[in-house]
Design a protein around this ligand. Structure first.
Ligand SMILES: [Zn+2]
Ligand SMILES: [Zn+2]
Length: 213
């Protein structure tokens, strides 16, 4: 597996291109903006895009998914259906975040907890992690020991819960039951900031040690 990280939008959101090295097939996870930066990376690495995966419906994560799905003629998979209202409200989000106007669009298919999605020969397990948003999902790859977590958890922090339908207690439960249960070596690839690991967050993240000591 090869991971290309492309920071996009004024929020430096980590769009990721996940490549199966064996097959040269790839998916784009959370393309929030800067479509030219993303397509340039795809072209320079000469990978074949198979799908677009979304962790949740916030504009900085989904902003150009509708454009890229046409560019590459692929499906948009995820997040969970409870995220539907965030897609309906894309015009409002654009105003709220100070982005260019955005018309609503919808994923090709919503995903559920324990679904699996593939890029080439790599299989990722979908884990539903509500709290930051109700339909937030993460993508876990067991053999490569990594999890793409969007805005659920960051190095030393957790996702905001002050948006509509955010819920701090639910977020902490998601982190505990869906992410902290993974092996300590698992690399956490967050939507903003640096990568970390499950073990590091267990021992240093104040939101987790404070609650789960
Ligand atoms: Zn978010
Ligand atoms: Zn974000």
């Amino acid at each position: 597996m090869h991971v290309i990280t492309v920071p996009v939008t004024p929020f430096a959101q980590n769009c990721r291109i996940i490549v199966c090295k064996k097959t040269n097939k790839a998916v784009i996870v959370d393309p929030g903006g800067d479509v030219d930066k993303i397509t340039a990376q795809v072209a320079s690495h000469r990978v074949e895009i198979q799908a677009i995966w979304l962790t949740h419906g916030h504009l900085d994560h989904v902003g150009v998914a509708d454009i890229l799905c046409k560019t590459y003629d692929v499906d948009i998979l995820g997040p969970h259906k409870d995220e539907h209202f965030w897609f309906e409200n894309l015009p409002m989000q654009a105003q709220m975040f100070g982005f260019a106007a955005k018309a609503p669009f919808y994923p090709t298919k919503y995903l559920n907890d324990l679904d699996s999605v593939k890029v080439g020969e790599l299989e990722f397990l979908v884990k539903h992690c509500p709290g930051h948003t109700p339909g937030h999902i993460v993508f876990y790859q067991e053999q490569q020991q990594c999890v793409i977590v969007g805005d659920v958890i960051f190095k030393g922090a957790i996702g905001r819960t002050d948006f509509p339908q955010g819920n701090t207690e639910q977020l902490l439960t998601s982190i505990k039951q869906q992410i902290m249960c993974l092996p300590d070596k698992t690399i956490i690839m967050a939507g903003h900031g640096l990568n970390t690991t499950v073990g590091d967050e267990k021992s240093t993240n104040p939101f987790i040690s404070g609650h789960f000591g």
